[in-house]
Write a protein that binds this ligand. Structure first.
Ligand code: PMT
Length: 409
């Protein structure tokens, strides 16, 4: 990776993950970039400015009104000079100040004066990350076109386990390269992994013109396939009928009925590292399909349709001796205790993770652009996520899968 001649402005705010930003600065410098570091006051409580000065070979900027710093390079000049700003770690407080356009210290002032790409790597306690205020700020920053990297899932300094850890320096490095338009050479975190995703609805034919279907648009599954591909995985998407375009870098097999979906999964499940079953598969199918359109009788009578059960594709996969290392099921529920139902379904289906949504809740489930899910882990722990966009939910699911597939996991 060659970043020779690239000018990177690294903003460090006050979190324990600040020590990881020293490694990030080292990666940038090693790749040939000219790195300038600016730190909030709180950041200096965690890592000394001298560390970043030694790694970058440049004076570290810490104060807005420091005559010595301003004499070397003024804050507006810092913004003008940079080709990208990378904020890592970005605390909840920094995200809030960025989102609201406050310019109350050096980092936020330089940010406001900067017109180029901004890469943000949040890091904080999982409850702070999940708080509606933080999520609202994140949405604002994303809508502004900034690149959000992470946070990842795992154990945090505060002892909590969940989403909030700053992404690894290699991931932030890669996102910065992408923001600068430099092709990434570092492998994505799922490079070399083979992933299968099911998405969309199935249609169970009654006759050549009628079918039994459901409301799944495929958006949730497609977002998962897109996220897995963006992380470097080789992705096969088994898709029911949908109007959606295939995500970049994803191979897609189109199916119509539950039995076609089952056949496609059977044919391609071997040697997969992970399989995610986001499709809304019909549980019942007509026992007989009429070859010709069923006519309405002149007698005004209704008709009775006999339905049989379809094969449970997910349960079939988890029962295989050669099952993927990480199998993720979904549960679409309506009312009741979602966590209890989800725990029960995870056990019955034999999957490692189960993602449950209450599809009767506003903003959740079928067809819309958002979803509110909880994820049941192998030990029955529940991670309740806030209302997020489907790509955000997909990223959180992929965080869990990525952790699951790590060699030490
Ligand atoms: O596609 P969208 O419009 O974005 O909507 C997203 C969604 C609501 C479809 C998605 O979030 C979701 O909940 N998908 C699962 C829907 C479902 O079929 O849930 P279930 O509780 O009936 O099934 C449980 C699991 O078994 C699912 O992983 C399902 O794919 C799988 N299954 C079900 C029946 C069957 N015959 N074979 C299966 O593999």
């Amino acid at each position: 990776m060659d970043l020779t001649g690239r000018r990177i402005l690294l903003g460090v705010s006050g979190g324990i993950a600040a020590y990881k930003s020293a490694e990030l600065a080292r990666l940038f410098v090693k790749a040939g970039a000219d790195v300038r570091v600016m730190m909030t006051r709180a950041a200096q409580e965690f890592v000394g400015a001298a560390t970043f000065a030694a790694l970058s070979g440049n004076l570290v900027a810490t104060e807005l009104f420091d005559a010595q710093q301003e004499a070397q390079i003024g804050h507006i000049e810092m913004a003008d000079n940079a080709q990208v700003i990378v904020l890592a770690p970005a605390t909840a407080n920094l995200l809030a100040r960025l989102a609201h356009g406050l310019a109350d210290d050096l980092v936020t002032t330089v940010y406001l004066a900067f017109t180029g790409p901004v890469v943000i790597a949040p890091a904080m306690n999982k409850n702070m990350w999940g708080h509606a205020a933080t999520q609202h700020n994140v949405e604002t920053l994303r809508a502004r076109g900034h690149v959000l990297v992470g946070p990842g899932d795992g154990e945090m300094a505060c002892g909590h386990v969940g989403v909030g850890r700053m992404s690894e320096p290699a991931q932030i490095f890669e996102a910065t390269c992408a923001a600068l338009g430099v092709a990434g050479e570092l492998p994505g975190e799922l490079t070399g992994r083979r992933v299968l995703v099911t998405a969309g609805s199935t249609r169970e034919a009654i006759d050549p013109v009628r079918f039994i279907g459901n409301r799944s648009s495929g958006k949730m599954g497609y977002a998962i396939a897109a996220e897995a591909a963006a992380r470097g995985a080789e992705v096969l998407l088994v898709s029911g009928p949908t109007a959606l375009a295939s995500p970049a870098g994803v191979t897609r097999i189109d199916v119509e009925s539950a039995s076609e979906m089952a056949e496609a999964v059977d044919a391609h499940i071997a040697d997969r590292d992970a399989a995610i079953f986001a499709a809304a598969v019909a549980d019942f199918t007509p026992t007989a399909r009429a070859d010709l359109k069923i006519k309405k009788g002149a007698d005004g009578q209704g008709m009775t349709l006999e339905l049989g059960r379809t094969r449970d594709i997910l349960a079939g996969v988890t029962a295989r001796a050669d099952r993927p290392r990480c199998v993720v099921g979904f549960a679409a529920e309506t009312g009741g205790d979602l966590a209890d139902k989800a725990r029960d379904k995870r056990r019955r289906k034999g999957c490692d993770l189960l993602v449950a949504n209450d599809v009767s809740e506003a903003g959740s489930g079928f067809a819309g652009d958002t979803n509110r899910v909880l994820i049941v882990g192998p030990d029955d722990t529940i991670d309740q996520l806030p209302l997020l966009t489907k790509p955000q939910v997909a990223a959180r699911i992929l965080d869990r899968i990525t952790t699951f597939l790590k060699p030490e996991a």
